[in-house]
Ligand binder design. Structure first.
Ligand code: HEM
Length: 437
């Protein structure tokens, strides 16, 4: 009895200690907030500062010399040269998905696919398949810990992230050295070639560290975002068979639907894709309703006013892409998946500059947006042409938004091969289809 009484007292004491700590923490935050306000507010401006904004820089400025040369990597000419390789990587992946006896986890596989695209096509690395698998595994560890608290202790996420980054950098250094030595047999300039050439034009020889940083940044920017959008695209095509059928009609009308079950490798061209109006609407609608990135950070360069509040110079602010899409008055029935809202007749996104911004806006808009859209379009064309796919669970999974938007269980889907008439491909053709790129 005495024992139970003591346990109760000890529990109450712990609770009280917790409450005191939380109250102290809140009081300290409030003081810091007041200090920050007093130090940064523009005294000549009578407007208040919005409550709830911390005003502390959360993420540092991301800009560096790389951004100057990145634009060349995503030029029209460069995209045209990546296109056949992207198509091959996607076709190869869809064949593997279709020949898999079980349902696949789409989000996980889409991550592998975009990683492969970034490493093989964008960077032109010819890393053996086994090493690529290992690199992907390490890369996932890096990404999982990228948003951890900066506490460098054994077993902390931060430490795991640093270790993964070191391993990745070693792997990338090996791949870069091999690539620099072996220039034969290349039929196109990849992003790394352009990066090296452009920096020479700027009178700057890139160091190995800069090359490693540049390649890691490119993979990071391309990988999770495009995997998220690819998964959302597949999920919406599953949910809306009428949209998939309309897409197939458009491909048929343009003579793009593959004939006789032949995968027709590497035959797409940029002008063919830009002529597919409905495809463009589908991709835009996926990116509106399922925008992979919630928003972005900016440092305020000049005190400005927003809705009657002052936002002082030097503060870090976050703009929300998702909230913008959810509240923009230009979109009718915002929660409905309706690709036709982007059709020429309706053009809902044309009223106003900043209602639709899946790739951000302003000078720091996404540099890889044309590549990302190209990738998604090729994926949609290949899915519509060569695949039949069915949801392998009874209901669609819940969506989570962190670190990028994705289905909670990854989206379980069974893929089947198709010929041009959308009939299931016969088993004897599967051996032929299992060839690798
Ligand atoms: C569906 C796929 C993608 C989405 C939704 C997306 C979205 C975004 C967004 C919203 C930003 C701006 C963040 C901000 O405002 O600060 C951004 C920046 C960036 N993105 Fe993407 N992105 C995608 C794919 C790609 C790809 C494939 C690449 C290239 C390999 C890429 C390269 C970049 C780069 C380099 C930046 C930084 C630009 C700067 O800081 O000036 N992105 N992306």
């Amino acid at each position: 009895m005495l024992f139970e009484g003591l346990e109760l007292v000890s529990a109450l004491a712990t609770l009280a200690a917790c409450l005191v700590s939380v109250t102290l923490l809140l009081a300290v935050s409030q003081q810091l907030w007041q200090l920050r306000w007093a130090a940064t507010r523009d005294k000549s401006c009578k407007l208040p500062i919005p409550k709830g904004s911390m005003g502390f820089p959360l993420i540092g400025e991301t800009g560096h010399w790389l951004l100057q040369v990145f634009s060349k990597i995503f030029s029209h000419e460069a995209l045209e040269s990546y296109l056949p390789k992207i198509q091959l990587v996607i076709q190869d992946t869809l064949r593997a998905w279709s020949s898999h006896p079980e349902a696949i986890n789409v989000y996980q596989e889409a991550q592998k696919l975009t990683f492969r695209m970034a490493v093989r096509v964008l960077l032109g690395f010819s890393i053996p398949e086994e090493d690529l698998g290992h690199l992907f595994h390490v890369y996932q560890q890096f990404v999982e810990n990228v948003f951890s608290l900066p506490v460098d202790l054994p077993f902390s996420g931060y430490r795991r992230g640093i270790q993964a980054r070191q391993t990745l950098q070693k792997g990338l250094e090996k791949a870069i050295r091999e690539k620099l030595q072996c220039t034969q047999g290349k039929d196109y300039s990849d992003a790394l070639d352009i990066l090296i050439e452009s920096s020479k034009e700027h009178g700057k020889e890139m160091t190995m560290q800069e090359l490693k940083d540049g390649t890691l940044e490119l993979i990071f920017a391309a990988y999770a975002t495009t995997a998220s959008a690819s998964t959302s695209l597949i999920m919406q095509l599953l949910k809306h068979p009428a949209v998939l059928e309309k897409l197939r009609e458009e491909l048929r009308a343009q003579g793009i639907l593959h004939s006789g079950g032949c995968p027709c490798e590497g035959t797409l061209r940029l002008d063919m894709l830009s002529g597919l109006r409905y495809l463009d609407c589908v991709i835009k609608e996926v990116m509106r309703l399922f925008t992979p990135i919630s928003g972005g950070y900016r440092t305020v360069l000049q005190t400005f006013e927003l809705d009657g509040f002052q936002i002082p110079k030097g503060w870090s602010v976050m703009y929300s892409i998702r909230d913008t899409h959810d509240t923009a008055p230009v979109f009718k029935d915002v929660n409905v998946f309706d690709p036709d809202r982007f059709s020429q007749a309706r053009s809902e996104d044309k009223d106003g500059r900043f209602h639709y911004l899946p790739f951000g806006g302003g000078v720091r808009t996404c540099l890889g947006k044309h590549l990302a859209k190209l990738f998604l379009k090729v994926l949609a064309v290949e899915l519509a042409s060569t695949s039949r796919f069915e949801l392998a669970t009874r209901t669609f999974p819940r969506i989570t938004l962190v670190p990028v938007l994705h289905p909670v269980d990854g989206l379980s889907v069974k893929f089947f091969g198709l010929d041009s008439n959308q009939n299931k491909i016969l088993p004897e053709t599967e051996a032929m289809l299992s060839a690798t790129v």
